[in-house]
Ligand binder design. Structure first.
Ligand code: NAP
Length: 247
């Protein structure tokens, strides 16, 4: 019997690890990337790149490629893909589950201001704020509309909109060390850190740096994702899959 085929919705470091774990278990793995990053780090196994064309496109893909299960390892803020995958899996008869890292939690000494989205974060910043924005290149426009706010915008790849001169653009890829984060906040005279609650260790040093420097954190809460089995580790997800589908 051919190996069961699993579609891993990727775009995160965890998705690469999940693809390796499932391959080692004997599954056939197709990892899917949105194609948003120009030089993505590719997972092991088969890779496909680009959107599916909405829910119907994904239903067609699941059926034609005989996908037994979708393992959704997209970023916690990739809400649309998760919603569509959940819906498509139900129609196509594929199992759907998620690999999901825990959100960050405030610690003693933190001063977090939690907001539902980037627009609310931009409104909350006081006039004259010097912000360090680490919200991704698609979420910066609301902040650029504030002529009275400046600072540093950090992202992996350049934005597709012009950034006014009052902002310094820093292009770099995680992980970031605590020393580097402290230096960046000092150099930029940062008064507020703005971040999405992505969770994980690779970008957590900015929260430690903010705590040490007494910088308030404007924390954008995670969007809702569909109710579905969810696992914090690749091994936990692989175990659950094995109980349902022998490779
Ligand atoms: P999104 O808003 O949830 O999805 C937008 C559209 O992009 C989807 O409707 C789908 O197009 C396509 N898409 C998204 N993920 C895909 C995947 N893994 N494979 C194939 N198509 C995909 O997603 P997003 O927030 O733009 O994120 C895009 C990718 O970047 C995701 O893979 C995510 O894991 C990664 N990422 C996102 C963030 C973030 O903060 N949002 C951070 C780091 C990494 P169709 O409707 O045509 O199928």
């Amino acid at each position: 019997m051919p190996a069961k085929r699993i579609l891993v919705l990727a775009g995160t470091a965890e998705a690469r690890d999940l693809a390796a774990t499932l391959l080692a278990e004997g599954y056939e793995v197709i990892s899917s990337l949105a194609g948003a990053t120009r030089a993505p780090e590719l997972p092991p196994g088969q890779v496909r790149i680009g959107g599916f064309g909405g829910v119907q496109g994904l239903i067609d893909f699941l059926k034609s490629d005989e996908i037994a299960a979708i393992a959704d390892a997209t970023h916690p803020f990739a809400a649309q893909m998760s919603r569509q995958a959940h819906e498509a899996a139900a129609v196509a008869g594929s199992y759907y589950c998620r690999l999901e890292r825990s959100p960050w939690q405030p610690q003693t000494g933190d001063h977090w201001l939690e907001v539902p989205n980037a627009a609310a974060a931009a409104v909350l910043l006081p006039s004259g704020a010097r912000a360090l924005l680490t919200v991704g290149r698609k979420e910066i426009s609301a902040f650029l509309l504030r002529p009275d706010v400046s600072g540093i915008i950090r992202m992996i790849e350049p934005p597709n909109i012009a950034v006014p001169a009052r902002w310094r653009l820093v292009l770099s890829r995680p992980p970031f060390s605590l020393d580097a984060e402290l230096r960046l906040m000092e150099e930029g005279q940062i008064s507020h850190l703005v971040t999405k609650n992505s969770g994980g260790s690779k970008t957590a040093a900015k929260l430690d740096a903010a705590r040490q420097r007494g910088v308030p954190v404007v924390m954008i809460a995670r969007p809702m994702k569909p109710q579905a089995p969810s696992f914090p580790t690749s091994t936990g997800l692989a175990l659950a899959l094995r109980q349902l589908h022998h490779p």
